[in-house]
Ligand binder design. Structure first.
Ligand code: HEC
Length: 205
């Protein structure tokens, strides 16, 4: 083969490879690193961007999240709307970011979970990237996290997004199935007893 030919073959091959790479890389281009997502979470915290339909330090479900603070970025907040009807939302747009901060009884932060909607990321499960972090920002889980998805799928009608207690609650048996070692918050037990109609995902609380 002449040098000229070799050059054509090499350049052609590189172009084909580049095109193939671009096709594969395109959908994942919007996937942030865990560190980049942590930065977005921090920004929402600084803005105290409370998710419409929720309250700061509302009741959580377990002792590790006796209090929770839900945050949302503007695409998600706009979708929920100022009246805060989380249960009537059926689709969140790409770019929506929801955050749940978990606090213990002393209002000490115990952990942070986040879900970010990315076009084409996980078509079977509504394209949410799931993440959890320690209070200092250590990545505990990240990506298509089955444990998160398995539970959030219970509210597939609302695009995998729960309304906070007491509007929607899960029975103790469901929490125990997912977190066998974690104690249920006494406040949550009271809410379950007072609002039996709000309990989803199980026959009895
Ligand atoms: C056993 C069920 C269950 C599991 C497992 C679970 N969640 Fe949730 N999550 C809930 C419920 C219920 C709420 C509503 C608030 C509450 O009850 O504390 C919620 C709230 C949230 C919120 C606030 C937005 C919303 O839907 O209200 C985010 C973000 C979130 N969870 C992310 C995660 C991530 C990430 C994981 C995995 C690391 C995870 N969750 C695991 C049940 C679960």
């Amino acid at each position: 083969m002449t040098a000229k030919w070799l050059q054509i073959v090499l350049v052609g091959g590189a172009a084909t490879l580049l095109a193939a790479w671009a096709a594969v890389a395109a959908p994942s281009a919007a996937v942030p690193t865990p560190e980049a997502l942590w930065k977005s979470v921090k920004t929402l915290e600084q803005q105290r961007a409370i998710m419409p339909g929720t309250r700061a330090f509302q009741a959580g479900s377990r002792v590790v999240d006796i209090y929770t603070v839900d945050l949302s970025n503007s695409p998600a907040s706009r979708t929920i709307g100022p009246t805060g009807k989380i249960t009537s939302v059926t689709r969140y747009p790409a770019g929506s970011l929801l955050v749940k901060e978990n606090y213990d009884r002393n209002r000490k932060l115990t952990g942070i979970t986040a879900m970010l909607k990315i076009d084409g990321y996980d078509r079977d499960d509504r394209n949410w990237l799931m993440a959890s972090y320690s209070p200092a920002g250590k990545v505990l889980s990240y990506g298509k996290v089955n444990a998160c998805i398995a539970c959030h799928r219970m509210v597939s009608k609302a695009d995998f997004v729960f309304a906070p207690p007491p509007s929607q609650m899960l029975p103790v048996s469901v929490w125990k199935a997912f977190f066998p070692k974690q104690a249920i918050s006494p406040m949550y037990r009271k809410l379950l007893a007072a609002h039996p109609g709000a309990v989803i995902g199980g026959a009895r609380p």
